[in-house]
Design a protein around this ligand. Structure first.
Ligand code: BGC
Length: 467
């Protein structure tokens, strides 16, 4: 692509950034801002995770719950999330990033309370859709907001707080499901999510609007105030404002996403989104324990594998946060995805040799490979996808472009969720993991050729480079 930023120009471009942020100390205020906003990731992770445990107990309130009902209540969240991601992009460009996150938190709390109190199954299904709207919106708006507030030197780490909160949310949801399973209290499983929802709302009230959005909307004095708070004392604030001004002009139309240069970037975001899902992360996180159980692993061993996998997901995300601004996005993305491919091929080979029922040694190989797969995702494609889509788009259309990529992510998540079990039946466990491994290989080739390096650059320098 013409606007591709490759490893070598990055160094020179970052060096020519008009404000000298790369050596400045990082203030506590901005880390705090990122941490509060990342609560949005917790909602995302908790709510996508909690359903697996809650499903087991819905019949205690609603009588018979068919497989179709279960699929409906699970996957409507994904449909809602795609819709929420789409709607909130335009809104984020129009009314601001912070306002969208505030609305999102309010809608989320409404949905969660509604779900927890659902008098009928129908109400529960509707509430899952409402929660989905908020989860989709948060998944787009949180990385967007953090990337615009963060100094370039640590932007990768701060935006990836969101992925850390997300993976922690999944882990917490597993533990809550486990803890509440003896009381069969599915309402409390859902209801506990009000805590991060309310915290996000209150936290965001204490935060200011994104400085990039303020400049784009001509509110220079307000932008200056925010920058004074989130930048170090000797930072060249006027320089940064001038730089944002130089690349920003407002737009209100989706048509602009079709302009040749922007179109290429939109295609990169959408392709990354689809690869993130078709390489199978959610099937491994949510179905692997069932699969291993069916393959002969005992109950508690399956549960342990599940929690172990969740812990590795969180742990390797922390490693990614530590590395992402040092070694860059491309190294993590490419090496992580190679790791995923290798692990998936080993799982496929294990099933191919042993059939769908694994013996003792084969079970151990499968579990270790699945955990290695999750770790490889967590260090690469997991955080890097959300980070890159918050970095590569011009400010004037950042909200809209991110919402398209985010919508593609939820759409692909939905398609994988509804086809996975059919796929297992049609082409066996070995065939399914082989397919996901092949997708990972194709992804590696694509990332190698197309994905830009953005480490250490200001968003404006990235924009100048790709425009
Ligand atoms: C993905 C989610 C996934 C999660 C797992 C995220 O980056 O977008 O679909 O559930 O990672 O850690």
């Amino acid at each position: 692509m013409s606007g591709q930023i490759v490893a070598e120009p990055v160094t020179s471009l970052a060096g020519t950034a008009t404000h000298n942020e790369l050596r400045e100390p990082v203030g506590r205020a901005v880390v705090w801002t990122a941490a509060i906003t990342a609560l949005g990731g917790l909602l995302f992770g908790y709510d996508t995770g909690v359903i697996s445990g809650a499903l087991l107990f819905l019949h205690t309130s609603f009588g018979t719950v068919s497989s179709f009902d279960k699929e409906l209540v699970t996957s409507l969240l994904l449909v809602g999330a795609a819709a929420g991601a789409f709607g909130s992009g335009r809104l984020a460009d129009l009314i601001g990033r912070r306002s969208v996150i505030l609305i999102t938190a309010a809608v989320f709390v409404l949905g969660v309370v509604g779900a927890a109190l659902s008098p009928t199954f129908c109400v529960l299904v509707v509430m899952r859709f409402v929660i989905g709207l908020a989860v989709g919106s948060a998944s787009m708006a949180v990385p967007l907001y953090i990337s615009e507030v963060a100094p370039p030197r640590v932007r990768g780490a701060l935006v990836s707080f969101n992925q850390l909160a997300l993976t922690s949310g999944i882990l917490v949801s597993f533990l809550v499901d486990y803890a509440l399973s003896s009381s069969a209290d599915w309402r409390l499983m859902f209801g506990l999510a009000t805590i991060p929802g309310v915290l996000l709302f209150i936290g965001m009230l204490t935060q200011a609007e994104s400085p990039v959005w303020l400049v784009t909307h001509g509110r220079i004095a307000d932008a200056r105030k925010v920058l004074e708070r989130v930048r170090s004392a000797d930072h060249d604030i006027d320089g940064e404002i001038d730089e944002i001004r130089a690349v920003s002009n407002r737009s209100t139309s989706y048509r602009e996403l079709l302009a040749p240069d922007v179109r290429k970037l939109v295609a990169i975001g959408v392709t990354l989104a689809v690869f993130q899902q078709v390489t199978g992360i959610n099937t491994v996180i949510y179905y692997a324990p069932t699969l291993l159980h069916q393959a002969g692993l005992g109950n508690s061993a399956s549960l342990l594998a599940n929690v172990g996998n969740g812990i590795v997901n969180v742990g390797m995300t922390i490693v990614a946060i530590w590395l992402i601004d040092k070694v860059g996005r491309r190294v993590l993305l490419i090496s992580g995805t190679v790791g995923m491919a290798i692990a998936l091929f080993v799982v496929a080979a294990t099933f191919a040799v042993s059939g769908n029922t694994l013996g003792h040694t084969a079970s151990i190989i499968a579990v270790v490979s699945l955990v290695a797969y999750t770790g490889s995702f967590a260090i690469g494609l997991g955080p890097v996808f959300w980070l890159l889509i918050s970095e590569i788009y011009p400010a004037r259309i950042r909200g809209k472009s991110m919402s398209i990529a985010t919508m593609a992510n939820w759409g692909a998540n939905f398609v994988v969720a509804v086809t996975f079990l059919t796929l297992l039946n049609a082409i066996s466990n070995a065939g399914t993991f082989l397919l996901m491994g092949l997708f990972s290989l194709v992804a590696v080739a694509y990332f190698w050729r197309k994905v830009p390096e953005t480490k250490g650059m200001t968003l404006e320098a990235i924009e100048r480079q790709v425009a």
